[in-house]
Design a protein around this ligand. Structure first.
Ligand code: AMP
Length: 401
């Protein structure tokens, strides 16, 4: 068996999936949570319906990896005899900046470079580096590790898309520019869509709408990202669960001053207290928002309207940027499941050649399916994302298997 362990590490969590790449099935998956606090393991073997939730002691990522090795190789949930059966480990890395435009093999120098980018992604990159070091310590010597970057897919954006109107030296010296995120997802779904359409991705102009708790929209022209809604950080673009999305920069400094916030407090305000949650006062979860809309909650209704309106504007803008549009795809928790959001986004878009079948849209949930009518000039699809699978595929490619 060709086994790949995919790891997505945060500051206090370590999500993992063990994939059998012979048939791309998931052998085991779960999360080592509350690292540095106390510790909680969730572990599932889907084929056997085996699931366990256990309190643990995870002072650092190292103990979490040790526990992961233990559950994979011993006890009732055992799926392998030893970690040496694993071909490689693939790590999701949020920020690769301009250094990394593709996946690569991990060396100590690469870990240092990833850690060195922590200033650009303080919440993510340092924990990634900690997890890479912990994994190196715990796994058998010589197990190849590969890093796959969220930002890499967007490194094809031209300067006119990624530069801000700030003094150029802020780009040169401080590396302030649009990087874009969710790149692995946009790359996966745009390729999957091209296959489903029976077309070469190189011949397609796609607007890829990844709508989840975090959301981003990408213009994919000929298989390459040419623009995307997230920016220097994942805060930019459309409104999200708790993130505000794009805001006039002067409103930011004004609110900071009025509330007496430090930069960190303002960042927390925009990242954790805004978006659906801050606007509606109901919830950060789209399901709660849609439910509140049905009950006549006005703030929930305006929140929902803002989301749909912003997505529509991006589709229009990116059709203009690409000088054409062949397909729009929806992915992520909202994109795959919320017929309400998709319907409202695609309403009154005939000018762009977008027409969806209402019955197909109502029925579409979490599966690859075409929503557009036969006479729609632009195809509209739901394409479930699977970032772990693409990370595993990239990992095998990097190690040459
Ligand atoms: P993600 O971050 O991709 O897991 O997506 C989370 C978002 O998807 C949340 O806002 C959920 O409310 C939304 N979501 C998940 N399932 C559904 C559903 N069945 N209907 C509407 N929204 C959903």
């Amino acid at each position: 068996m060709n086994l790949v362990l995919v790891v997505n590490a945060g500051s206090s969590s370590l999500k993992y999936q063990l994939l059998n790449m012979d048939d791309e099935s998931v052998i085991a998956k779960g999360n080592c949570d509350r690292i540095g606090i106390d510790g909680k393991l969730s572990y599932k073997v889907p084929s056997r319906g085996y699931a366990v939730d256990e309190d643990c002691v995870f002072p650092t990522h190292t103990e979490a990896f040790e526990k992961l090795v233990e559950v994979l190789t011993t006890g009732e949930g055992k799926v392998i005899d030893s970690m040496s059966e694993i071909s490689a480990v693939g790590h999701r890395i949020v920020q690769g900046a301009e250094i990394f435009d593709k996946a690569c093999l991990v060396t100590e120098e690469i870990i240092e470079q990833i850690d060195g980018l922590s200033e650009l992604a303080p919440v993510h990159n340092h924990p990634h580096a900690l997890a890479l070091r912990a994994c190196t310590k715990v796994l058998p010597k010589g197990t190849p590790q590969v890093v796959v970057f969220d930002t890499a897919f967007h490194q094809t954006m031209p300067p006119k898309a990624y530069l801000f109107g700030l003094p150029y030296e802020d780009y040169e010296k401080l590396h302030v520019r649009k990087y874009g995120f969710h790149g692995t997802s946009h790359r996966f779904v745009s390729k999957t869509l091209a296959e489903a359409m029976g077309r070469d991705v190189k011949d397609l102009k796609i607007v890829s709408c990844h709508l989840g708790n975090g959301s981003s929209i990408t213009a994919v022209d000929g298989g390459k990202s040419v623009d995307t809604s997230m920016g220097f950080t994942p805060l930019d673009g459309i409104i999200m669960g708790t993130r505000c999305g794009a805001v006039d920069p002067s409103a930011v400094t004004y609110v900071m001053e009025k509330h007496g916030f430090t930069p960190h407090e303002m960042s927390q305000y925009m990242n954790k207290k805004s978006g659906f949650l801050g606007l509606s006062g109901v919830s950060s979860d789209n399901r709660d928002i849609q439910e509140a809309v049905l009950k006549g909650d006005e703030k929930a209704a305006i929140t929902s309207d803002i989301l749909q309106y912003q997505i529509k504007k991006y589709i229009g803008a990116y059709a203009a940027a690409m000088n054409g549009l062949d397909a729009v795809l929806f992915t992520g928790g909202i994109g795959e499941n919320s017929w309400e959001v998709r319907e409202a986004v695609c309403e009154n878009m005939e000018y762009f050649g977008i027409k969806i079948d209402s019955a197909l849209n109502h029925a579409a949930r979490g599966k690859l399916v075409k929503l557009s009518t036969p006479d729609s000039k632009v195809e509209v699809w739901v394409v479930p994302t699977n970032e772990e699978l693409l990370i595993a595929r990239d990992t095998l490619e990097v190690i040459g298997k």
